[in-house]
Design a protein. Structure first.
Ligand SMILES: [Zn+2]
Length: 159
């Protein structure tokens, strides 16, 4: 078996924060430690703890399993608690987040996977290669459950 680049497991988020850094006001900057909170971890906190949504609905919204949602939420809570109790800064950045998840398929090898809305721009521009065979012949491939997300896709050409 050849080694393959595994497609990223995307988490759908609606909220991208403007404020990305929180720090204790009276700490020496040189000795300040920080926790990195991923964008999808912040989204989990927002949905569950701020919006008060049921866990299942949160998972659906982020298009992850309930177990995955629980894991993301736990990681977020642990980091926030650690920062509040132990006086560490919180930096919010990175993660496997996207504004939407697009089901795509390689026309060359037939591999199907979920790609980020942002990467779909690269696919349209021929700047993205199939993780299985490196082909650029990638098309959107919605299942019954997931419709395509974007205008400008060739599925909608001529509409
Ligand atoms: Zn392929």
């Amino acid at each position: 078996m050849k080694s393959l680049a595994r497609p990223t497991k995307w988490r759908k988020v609606e909220f991208i924060p403007n404020i990305q850094y929180f720090a204790p006001s009276d700490t020496d900057a040189a000795s300040l430690k920080e926790n990195i909170l991923r964008i999808e971890e912040l989204e989990a906190i927002r949905l569950k703890d701020l919006e008060g949504m049921e866990q299942e609905d949160c998972a659906d919204k982020m298009e992850v399993s309930r177990q995955t949602f629980q894991r993301i939420l736990n990681a977020a809570r642990e980091k926030i608690a650690d920062s509040l109790i132990n006086g560490k800064a919180i930096r919010i950045e990175g993660g496997n987040y996207t504004r939407n998840i697009c089901p795509v398929k390689c026309q060359n090898c037939g591999k199907g996977w979920n790609e980020s809305y942002e990467n779909f721009e690269k696919i349209l521009n021929g700047e993205f290669n199939c993780p299985e065979c490196s082909s650029k012949r990638i098309v959107c491939f919605p299942s019954e459950k997931k419709k395509f997300c974007r205008r400008g896709c060739w599925r909608h050409e001529g509409e």
